[in-house]
Design a protein around this ligand. Structure first.
Ligand SMILES: [Zn+2]
Ligand SMILES: [Zn+2]
Length: 246
């Protein structure tokens, strides 16, 4: 079979063998700019938050290399918010919500802990409280524009375009700042959840959709229902964090 999927033939071969080969190469070379670009592919824009996630993850990976992918030794990331920062972590570390190696602990802090499953030690990387001061010196226009466009939702089309340009400028500038000016680190004993359980499926007797049996509710007549049909409570990850619904 042929086809290069938009890559050169050689790259396509490498990517079929290891889907992260281009990313892994950038990580190995500590090419922060390329990691930032790859991150923006999923994040959708350049911003200091995702750049911080990229930098923190490159540091974390240098301390805790990804183990074999047998699920026992693998790299784990514990994030403490669900902001732009997390997409930098997911992209660079490869620890994602979908592959269960990302733990989202709803503490509202700009920090990430890396460890390997089975290890008693982890490194927690915390964004310094005064990181804005560093960014302000790099691109003085960035924060005033951010306040106008994002916080006050009061920017003109021109401000929005300017803000986008400044966000890109500050993101590519800050990756050259020494790590210690932006982050603190501490060695911690991380608390990891147990491995994701393998669950049976059940069918909701009302809507007929398949659900994980662990998420099934029981109706008045003992019937199996999904939470939507049963009207039972569930949790949702949204901008505010983890929220109980409805
Ligand atoms: Zn962002
Ligand atoms: Zn249902």
């Amino acid at each position: 079979m042929t086809g290069d999927y938009g890559y050169t033939g050689k790259q396509a071969e490498l990517l079929k063998e290891n889907p992260r080969s281009i990313f892994d190469n950038a990580i190995k070379k500590n090419d922060i700019a390329q990691c930032l670009i790859k991150t923006a592919e999923i994040h959708g824009h350049y911003c200091p938050g995702s750049a911080l996630g990229v930098m923190a993850s490159l540091y974390g990976l240098s301390k805790f290399k990804s183990g074999s992918s047998d699920g026992m030794e693998r790299l784990m990331a514990i994030v403490e918010n669900n902001s732009c920062f997390v997409d930098g972590v997911q992209a660079v570390s490869g620890c994602t919500l979908g592959n269960n190696s990302l733990v989202y602990r709803d503490l509202g802090k700009n920090a990430v802990t890396f460890t390997n499953r089975g290890k008693k030690e982890g490194v927690r990387i915390i964004v310094r409280n005064d990181f804005r001061y560093v960014l302000d010196k790099l691109v003085p226009d960035f924060y005033p524009l951010m306040e106008k466009v994002i916080r006050d939702r009061n920017g003109s089309k021109e401000d929005e375009a300017n803000f986008k340009a400044k966000a890109q400028e500050v993101s590519f500038a800050m990756i050259n700042v020494p790590f210690e000016e932006l982050f603190k680190i501490e060695i911690v004993e991380p608390i990891l959840p147990s491995l994701a359980p393998i669950t049976e499926n059940a069918i909701c007797e009302k809507c007929g959709e398949m659900i994980m049996s662990t998420k099934a509710s029981t109706g008045k007549d003992n019937e199996v229902l999904c939470r939507s049909c049963a009207g039972s409570r569930y949790y949702e990850v949204e901008g505010a964090g983890i929220v109980e619904k409805p």
